[in-house]
Design a protein around this ligand. Sequence first.
Ligand SMILES: Nc1nc2c(ncn2[C@@H]2O[C@H](COP(=O)(O)OP(=O)(O)OP(=O)(O)O)[C@@H](O)[C@H]2O)c(=O)[nH]1
Ligand SMILES: [Mg+2]
Ligand SMILES: [Zn+2]
Length: 335
Amino acid sequence: MTLEDWGWSPFFTEKMKPWEKSGYLPAKVIRAEKNYFRVWTLQGELTVRFAGKIRHKADSRVDLPVVGDWVMVEPQTGQRGIIHALLERKSSFSRNLPGRRKTKGQERVEQQVIAANVDLIFIVSGLDRDFNIRRIERYLTLVSSSGADAVVLLNKTDLCENPENCKARVEAISGNAPVHLFMAREAEQLDILFNYMQPGKTIALLGSSGVGKSTILNGMLGEERQKIGAVSQADGKGRHTTTHRELILFPDGGILMDNPGMRELHLWGDTDDLTESFSDIETLAADCKFTDCRHKTEPGCAVTKALETGNLSSERLVSYHKLKDELLNLKQQKK
Ligand SMILES: Nc1nc2c(ncn2[C@@H]2O[C@H](COP(=O)(O)OP(=O)(O)OP(=O)(O)O)[C@@H](O)[C@H]2O)c(=O)[nH]1
Ligand SMILES: [Mg+2]
Ligand SMILES: [Zn+2]
């Protein structure tokens, strides 16, 4: 196994330069437990903690390692080690954890990095009661802030009367992100997913609890590696069966990250990120009379005009305004 198998690239060789003579090993964080990490190194897997100074120096939790990160580790006896540094991330999927942090009694926003150095994100949605276009829009916006690419997987086609219709509705809002119908329970159309796999490339499975992320992973791996949990009859939601983020290296190359289901999905990013996830609205906006048009009550607004002609749905525009306000608010609070 090589560093490249785990996603190492010249980008990280550059970031590692200050540590070249330290004797520390570059290590990939493959699993995070409460008080320690499992990392992969050229000397095998190690159980590591981070040096206290990393926590002291960290301005916020963004500077602490997460699964997918490359870190510099000082190996110790007994397959253990200490993390001395976190190498800059090539990409990171983050959300906002509002209200968790306070300074002088004031609530502060906080960036939580969910997954680092991911190349592609499978946004998994169930075609059962989980199906929610607005949530998929939110995920797509978060992915465009992350630097990774997105693919939407509509799982559980067997539970949906008209999957093609759902697919068309998602395609109307997904921009450049491909959309696939899938049935993880059968694990038959796996080629759809394997087409995205490549040696050294990391794909993360994200979505609510119970959508079938771990079922997909097991199907691709061909073994019951991850625990699967039934969805509650009462509310149609999963039971948060997967509790740890984890990277799994595939025998023929490629890395898949299973994730716990996410409940809250507050945006972390910039209003520019909407250019990608709402490219339809941004394209229309080019024809608005005013360059700073807010697409609300302004005269000559090409966006609200598209509502009348049926080229844009009002739900889509409401969602755009909501996400934009959330991002503007975030910008205010970050100050
Ligand atoms: N009907 C149907 N059920 C599926 C399909 N894929 C997964 N399931 C079921 O959905 C339930 C949840 O699957 P999991 O793979 O545990 O879901 P998860 O996304 O990993 O959930 P968390 O780990 O809680 O985030 C299980 O009962 C699966 O058998 C499918 O294609 N069709
Ligand atoms: Mg799971
Ligand atoms: Zn306008």
